[in-house]
Design a protein around this ligand. Structure first.
Ligand code: ZN
Length: 327
């Protein structure tokens, strides 16, 4: 049996705008940069020594994304990559407060991304929505500011609040009020958990932030109670295999629990997370799971049901997927 991941229409729910700048993009800004220099600056060593090592590849990308034109071009660049992966629907995330170093306000940042997304969505025929990230090390006020942006731009392209960054070193208490605020306004909630910390971090996140999806969550496998809870609450894990390897959570892909999680009935989907830093694409991730765990087309559970898009758009996308699987 042959497996050609590029033929599969896909849904990507976990991809950060500020970790996905391609060589093609960087070369437009700096025509003299060589591929070796690009790899040195933006792609992680395998594996990263620590989070600081990983962030050293992300910060230069954030530093670039500080003007309207740089952000607009980056959104187009990401859609180009999504198209190559045959993605039909994507939820793209970023932290608006990180893009205000050269004078843009956080509202302007969100508006630039929304308008670039709408344009690219037409150009590439890919539906998309945005998730705004607050970060573990943010203050209560910064987190509230991010939550207010989510609510202000809800139904205008933004669908959810996410909590990202250093799970191991920062607690989530600063963010509880922000998550409550978005929930009361009818927004969706996600948090990164169970990656740098174990299953107890997933429990804490479910208890305190009332999320319906978890970014990563792969270390839930360490506690059967947590697995039971994920199943009974129908929580989706946004699994990003190569990124976990790059971040040194598992040494090799055959030690990654994605296959066990799936066998135990946990709802999950496959994502890239940080395309440039982890030097990956969604086609590569699908191919990896085929090669290592023998997954076939039907194993790539359609993530559309866990997406935050409106029902009528979801149904249209579902028709596209069903057309493919009916063949
Ligand atoms: Zn992430």
């Amino acid at each position: 049996m042959t497996f050609n991941p590029s033929l599969l229409p896909k849904v990507e729910l976990h991809v950060h705008l500020d970790t996905c700048l391609s060589y093609f993009y960087i070369k437009q800004l700096d025509p003299t940069i060589s591929i070796d220099e690009f790899n040195q600056q933006f792609v992680a060593h395998k594996p990263c020594f620590d989070l600081g090592d990983f962030l050293s590849k992300v910060i230069p990308q954030i530093d670039i994304l500080q003007t309207k034109s740089a952000i607009t071009l980056a959104v187009d660049d990401l859609f180009y990559q999504l198209k190559a992966d045959n993605v039909i629907y994507a939820e793209i995330r970023f932290a608006p407060l990180l893009h205000t170093k050269q004078g843009l306000t956080d509202k302007e940042v969100v508006e630039v991304v929304i308008s670039a997304m709408n344009e690219a969505s037409q150009k590439y025929d890919i539906k998309a929505r945005l998730i705004l990230c607050t970060l573990r090390h943010f203050s209560v006020l910064e987190s509230q500011e991010t939550a207010k942006l989510v609510v202000e731009y809800l139904h205008k392209g933004v669908v959810a609040l996410d909590l990202a960054a250093d799970e191991a070193r920062f607690p989530l208490d600063n963010h509880i009020a922000a998550f409550d605020y978005v929930k009361k306004a009818g927004g969706n909630l996600i948090a990164h958990a169970g990656e740098a910390k174990g299953a107890e971090s997933v429990t804490e996140t479910l208890d305190k932030l009332q999320v319906t999806r978890i970014g990563h969550g792969v270390r839930s496998i360490e506690d059967s109670e947590v697995i039971n809870r994920l199943r009974s609450q129908n929580i989706l894990l946004e699994v990003c295999p190569s990124c976990n390897i790059i971040c040194n959570i598992y040494e090799q892909i055959d030690q990654h629990p994605v296959n066990q999680l799936k066998k135990q009935g946990v709802k999950l989907n496959i994502n890239t997370d940080a395309r440039t830093v982890a030097n990956t694409s969604l086609n590569k991730e699908y191919q990896l799971l085929y090669d290592v765990f023998g997954w076939s087309e039907k194993d790539f559970i359609d993530a559309l049901n866990a997406s935050f898009i409106s029902n009528n758009v979801r149904e249209k996308l579902m028709d596209k997927l069903n057309d493919f699987y009916a063949k």
